[in-house]
Ligand binder design. Structure first.
Ligand code: FAD
Ligand code: SIN
Length: 518
């Protein structure tokens, strides 16, 4: 096996990976790998914006309280404090690197702040109306390009971590179907989320949970795996992908109607369309069941054509491409898997329990989101914790001599790459199973059934592969099993985890569920 060496290996080129790489770049050579083109990430598709307490009417303390409230009692307060306190500085830094956020009409210097569900203040910065993530990727990639110590390797997939005696020395990566051992003094996992394990998701194809699976196999602790967030509104058209219809549409006055065109949110929560995300998703799901429909509608017709086109140009043009003029027709929508609150357990500086291994962004679980993430806090998390993690990976990296020694004595695992017949069919079956049995509503029977069915595919998780689709499928099966296990263990309903057989927030609901591979 080819062996390569770098000081710092960053896996993933979304907001968290890029921000960590920038921080690491003054401490040595950084290699950023990503399994697709550099921009392909959830970050690139983020729409609504980035939450930050920077407006005249806002305060860091109010952002803190809103985040805790949305997290439904399970946020780590220390992690939230770091997020909201350091957020403003990270945003101003990004602006100094060239980020252009939208400003108020006619006032070029005054940032425009939007409102989203469960925020008690207007605090969402946005760019290009509804293309905030694209702007973040643009600015961070441009910044990385100016730093000569950062090397970027697209189409390079991390297969597994190199771990011996509880120390991580880098990763086995696959590039053009060839395995390469990349040794590093510190490895940062910034591989994003896992939405693709569900058949209905807003997430891009790359979000297959590879980082969680590789970290687990390497002995890292995973926490809160039952907390998967479902976004209330994705486009529902049989022939179209589940394109996200941003929360900001409801923040600007968009209304939810059932299939009979009747408003229904007042029957579910006093904050109606602006109730926390998990509440709105469950309300839509329940209303769909009650009316026997597979969607509801999001109605923007009262907003005014010019406003909609100016404020939400991407949503407008995408829906038009699928034959919908959102200024004139209510849009068919349904909830979709969107975000993972759980993940690789870290402290507030990105350390995992494995020496030399760090994690940031959606791959990590700092506890900042608790049981339910407040809208638009994730991009901010990527910036704040990307920097924090880069800093601690530089400070607590392994000694070069130790890594070089390991590089000489390392015996790669025997490679007997397999191929799975009909693996894309299995992927489809898995995704539907997770949606039906471990989705917005779960119960003991649905989870046991899913567990049994997953057992059929255990042979896949015990094999090794060199093709991206097969490596991803193995990871998807591994993490689905962990989600189901955590969801069975949590016999109560908190935040995004709702058990129809235990609908109350009772018993030992305050505990966190942590898994470490034996
Ligand atoms: P990502 O941006 O997902 O990046 C992960 C990177 O890891 C990618 O480069 C990927 O290719 C790479 N990768 C994955 N596996 C491997 C592997 N095995 N080997 C190598 N590379 C790998 N949040 C907000 O705060 N505001 C919003 O408005 C918002 N809108 C959203 C809209 C959509 C459609 C989606 C899907 C999410 C949205 N979110 C939003 C959530 C937010 O975008 C993500 O949580 C955040 O961008 C995650 O950043 P990240 O850097 O952790 O991961
Ligand atoms: C959205 O724009 O609705 C997504 C915001 C988020 O996921 O935080």
């Amino acid at each position: 096996m080819i062996r390569e060496h770098t000081d710092f290996l960053v896996i993933g080129s979304g907001v968290a990976g890029l921000r960590a790489a920038i921080e690491l770049s003054s401490a040595g050579r950084v290699t950023v790998i990503t399994k697709d083109v550099a921009t392909e990430s959830s970050t690139e598709y983020a729409q609504g914006g980035i939450a930050v307490a920077l407006s005249d009417e806002d305060e860091v303390g109010i952002h803190y309280e809103d985040t805790l409230r949305a997290g439904d009692g399970l946020c780590r307060e220390e992690a939230v404090k770091a997020l909201v306190e350091e957020g403003p500085e990270r945003i101003l830094e990004l602006i100094s690197w060239g980020a252009e956020f939208d400003t108020e009409a006619g006032k070029k210097q005054k940032l425009a702040f939007g409102l989203e569900a469960a925020h008690s203040r207007k605090r969402i910065l946005h760019a290009g109306g509804d293309s905030t993530g694209k702007e973040l990727e643009r600015v961070l990639i441009n910044k990385v390009k100016t730093i000569s110590s950062i090397k970027r390797l697209p189409f390079t997939l991390a297969q597994d971590l190199i771990v011996e005696d509880g120390v991580c020395y880098g990763a086995i990566v696959v590039s053009e179907r060839r395995p390469v051992a990349v040794f590093a003094r510190a490895t940062v996992l910034a591989t994003g989320g896992l939405g693709q394990i569900y058949s209905i998701t807003t997430n891009p194809q790359v979000a297959t949970g590879d980082g969680y699976a590789a970290a687990y196999r390497a002995g890292a602790a995973l926490e809160d795996m039952e907390f998967v967030q479902f976004h209330p509104t994705s486009l529902y058209l049989p022939s179209a992908p589940h394109f996200l219809l941003t929360e900001a549409l409801r923040g600007e006055g968009g209304k939810l109607l059932n299939v009979n065109l009747k408003p229904f949110m007042a029957g579910y929560h006093p904050d109606m369309e602006l109730a926390p995300r998990d509440v709105v998703s469950r309300a839509i799901f329940t209303e769909m069941g009650r009316t026997g429909a597979d969607h509801v509608y999001l109605d923007l017709r009262d907003m005014g054509e010019d406003f909609v086109k100016r404020r939400f140009p991407r949503v407008f043009s995408t829906c038009l491409k699928y034959g919908f003029d959102i200024t004139r027709q209510p849009i068919p929508v349904c909830p979709a898997a969107h975000y993972m609150m759980g993940g690789v357990k870290t402290d507030v500086t990105g350390h995992t329990n494995v020496k030399g291994l760090f994690a940031a962004g959606e791959a990590a679980c700092t506890g900042v989101h608790g049981a339910n993430r407040l809208a638009s806090n994730s991009l901010l998390e990527g910036l704040v914790y990307g920097k924090r993690t880069g800093q601690s990976a530089a400070d607590d990296a392994l000694r070069s001599e130790d890594v070089l020694k390991k590089q000489k004595t390392f015996f790669p695992p025997p490679a007997h790459p397999h191929s799975i017949p009909a693996h894309d069919e299995i992927r489809g079956d898995l995704r539907r199973l997770m949606w039906q049995n471990a989705g917005i509503l779960r119960n003991e029977d649905s989870l046991i059934d899913a567990e049994k069915k997953l057992g059929r595919w255990r042979y896949i998780t015990e094999s090794s592969f060199l093709s991206r689709r097969e490596i991803e499928l193995k990871n998807m099966i591994d993490i689905s099993a962990l989600i189901i296990r955590a969801a069975r263990l949590r016999k109560n309903s908190v935040g995004a985890h709702f058990r129809s057989d235990y609908p109350q927030k009772t018993g030992d609901w305050q505990r966190h569920i942590t898994f470490v591979k034996e």
